[in-house]
Design a protein around this ligand. Structure first.
Ligand SMILES: [Zn+2]
Length: 271
């Protein structure tokens, strides 16, 4: 009986250790090919922080991991970052990786949660959509989804397969993972990183646009099933959609400035 008990304890210990190790490795594997502005070992260190919420797996079973960084100011706000919600927008992964590594190295004012690869199947398949052919940024269950999403797609997006909103509102597992994060973390501000429209598209209250020469600050509007409509229009959580250029900057300064200006902006009362 005692031997059986010991064996069970050993097995349980082995199982509980296996999970974080493989998640760390998933994080390293998922991010190692994006350009780093830090020494290589920083990725190994920051991936020690990789966690996964219960339902956060893609259609093909890839983990959708995240990393948390706790703010040091007296009143830290919570900022959530999504990169690679569109799997073929490769440069978005550079920002996700860089911001994680930078937060690991400094004591930020605000708390940050970074989900660097929100659509792992799309990254693997080199597609904008997930493996079901759904544009995740059109699948959030906005109030108008059932009435409008398909019409909008057919009439305004010329039924482009790249912008297919899906078969039902909020049905895709990757979208459900993001929704679970929003419910649990309750961010004050969300940043979604995309390419290549060269603009900072803000869904939020009227603010004086921060100085940022790398990209202009503009509101492009939002769509049925988009994160901007789901979060800002329906929940009053501001969303900054960062549309990077095709080419990467020569150094990390534009990415540092962007992270810092969001940190400053979110300290204001954005309601
Ligand atoms: Zn995109």
């Amino acid at each position: 009986m005692l031997r059986f008990f010991n064996l069970t304890v050993l097995l349980l210990a082995a199982t509980s250790q296996a999970e974080p190790l493989s998640l760390r490795q998933s994080c390293v594997n998922a991010l190692k090919d994006y350009k780093s502005y830090f020494k290589e070992e920083v990725l190994e260190q920051v991936c020690e922080r990789a966690q996964k919420n219960a339902d956060c797996a893609s259609v093909l079973g890839e983990p959708i991991f995240h990393a948390d960084f706790t703010g040091v100011s007296a009143k830290p706000k919570k900022i959530m970052v999504l990169s690679l919600i569109h799997g073929d927008e490769t440069h978005a992964g550079n920002v996700g990786r860089f911001w994680m590594e930078r937060l690991h190295k400094l004591d930020a004012r605000n708390s940050w949660r970074i989900i660097p690869v929100a659509n792992p199947d799309g990254v693997k398949l080199k597609t904008r959509t997930n493996s079901e052919g759904v544009d995740l940024n059109r699948n959030f269950p906005t109030i108008d989804w059932t009435a409008e999403a398909q019409n909008f797609w057919k009439n305004r997006s010329q039924a482009s397969p790249r912008k297919f909103p899906g078969y039902a509102a909020g049905k895709e597992p990757e979208v459900r993972c993001i929704m679970q994060h929003l419910d649990e973390y309750k961010p004050d501000f969300v940043i979604s990183i995309h390419t290549p429209l060269k603009v900072l598209d803000f869904d939020g209250p009227k603010v004086k646009p921060p100085k940022y020469s790398y990209l202009p600050w503009r509101s492009l509007g939002n769509f049925p099933g988009s994160l901007g409509r789901y979060l800002w229009v329906e929940r009053q959580v501001p969303v900054l959609t960062t549309e990077l250029r095709h080419d990467l900057p020569v150094n990390s300064i534009p990415f540092e400035q962007l992270q810092d200006l969001v940190g400053t902006l979110v300290q204001k009362d954005l309601k």
